[in-house]
Design a protein around this ligand. Sequence first.
Ligand code: TYD
Length: 137
Amino acid sequence: MSLIKLIDFRTFADSRGTLAVVEGNLDVPFDIRRVYYLYGLSGDLQRGFHAHHELEQIAICLNGSCSFLLDDGQSKERLRLDSPRQGLRIEKMIWHEMYDFSADCVLMVLASEHYDESDYIRDYEQFVAEVKHAAGP
Ligand code: TYD
């Protein structure tokens, strides 16, 4: 099964422009407890490089574009996120990296929990070890 899970948001377009709707527990599969966003990004720098034990997230590229690497410890997939109509699910225990940000990129993330540094796995070898441990012998 693909690691890339995109959600198409409901949009209402008319001569005034487009309105997109994201409702917790309806359009995204969790209550939204936190929103953060990245901007002023540099195309030659990379971010992310972690996974979460429990956190569920949806990334929405509101403006511009950026690339994602998703990794479940067994396979990796890449995609370019470039539409404000779509959200990318970043499920728990998915190592993710973001790169190739356009200069105008605004990347918003909806999160299922408040910020908790103890939920992060920031070491890739530890992440792979935890995936293997969860899979059993
Ligand atoms: P960091 O994890 O390095 O960002 P990225 O995943 O994009 O590479 O986070 C940058 C800083 O922001 C770090 O000091 C932690 C802080 N932070 C919060 O305080 N609250 C949050 O919700 C997030 C996502 C980060």
